[in-house]
Design a protein around this ligand. Structure first.
Ligand code: NAI
Length: 268
């Protein structure tokens, strides 16, 4: 796995970075881009090394190529180093998916300054760092690129107990529009995806809170919320990954500045 993880991208292959891809939606995106024929740099926190290795292994087993890397997106130097890892692996950077994010599930009155700062650091500063470092490289290369961020349904419609999280996702939506305007002249498109409910570790936190609050059994909140989705089920990471596949390919060349909901038609 380690040998394969250090694999160089084959000549002519596009190179994509996906942050937060040791598990969850990011893992699904990394696998999908690997199947699309891109060389994927699977990046996550150092504490997630096992998951990074597992995602790299899944991509290579499916016939793709990938490089594992560690990053803390809240640190701009760390993101700059990640971009350099991608360039060393593949000679260039074509797609950057700023997927990493954290959630906190609690009432506004229960926050302290440190909790609040933490979510801003990862979800806002992390996306700011990712967009900027990706664009810096793409502008220098001079042949455009695709930058994609993780927003959420709560970037449009807030959800109780996710106030600061919702604030950060509205921020991603705003930054995505501004970045799209600034970088259009360089042939770079910037878009974001807005999932509704994806049954990942992150959703598990929300389910735990709702279960405690409403006296429900674990999993009941998820099932109840699933009833409010037109398509009748919560999403799999690959539902999101298929939108990211589109946003990272040439079929979306005329789409920029958008936050696109991929939520199965959720109503809450
Ligand atoms: P997850 O918690 O399963 O995975 C997030 C990944 O990001 C983890 O592997 C984590 O280690 C990594 N990460 C956290 N902080 C990081 C940092 N500072 N630097 C680098 N990596 C870091 O979450 P999930 O559900 O896969 O979410 C992925 C993205 O989609 C997030 O931005 C989330 O806000 C967004 N989203 C998720 C929804 C859901 O229902 N699960 C709904 C809407 C949006």
């Amino acid at each position: 796995t380690v040998e394969k993880a250090r694999a160089k991208a084959p000549e002519g292959r596009k190179v994509a970075v996906v942050t937060g891809s040791a598990r969850g939606i990011g893992e699904g995106i990394a696998q999908r881009l690997g199947r699309d024929g891109l060389h994927v740099v699977v990046a996550d926190l150092p504490s997630m090394q096992e998951g990074i290795d597992a995602t790299v292994a899944a991509i290579t087993e499916a016939g793709g190529t990938a490089t594992g890397a560690t990053v803390d997106v809240s640190d701009e130097d760390s993101v700059a180093a990640l971009v350099q890892t991608a360039v060393s692996a593949g000679g260039h950077l074509d797609v950057f998916v700023a997927n990493a994010g954290i959630a906190q599930v609690k009432e506004l009155l229960d926050y302290d300054a440190a909790d609040f700062q933490k979510i801003l650091d990862v979800n806002i500063t992390g996306v700011f760092n990712s967009y900027r470092q990706a664009a810096k490289q793409m502008v220098a290369q001079g042949h455009g690129g695709k930058i994609i961020g993780a927003a959420s349904i709560v970037a449009f419609r807030p959800f109780a107990f996710l106030g600061p999280y919702s604030l950060t996702k509205w921020a991603v939506r705003g930054l995505t529009q501004a970045a799209a305007m600034e970088w259009a002249e360089h042939g770079i498109t910037v878009n974001a995806y807005g999932p509704g409910i994806v049954g990942t570790a992150m959703w598990d936190l929300i389910d735990e809170k709702l279960a405690a609050k409403n006296g429900q059994k674990r999993g009941e909140a998820l099932a109840e919320n699933a009833e409010s989705i037109h398509l009748g089920r919560v999403s799999e990471p690959d539902d999101i990954a298929r939108l990211v596949s589109y946003l990272s390919g040439e079929d979306s060349d005329y789409v920029t500045g958008q936050t696109i909901l991929v939520d199965g038609g959720i109503q809450f």
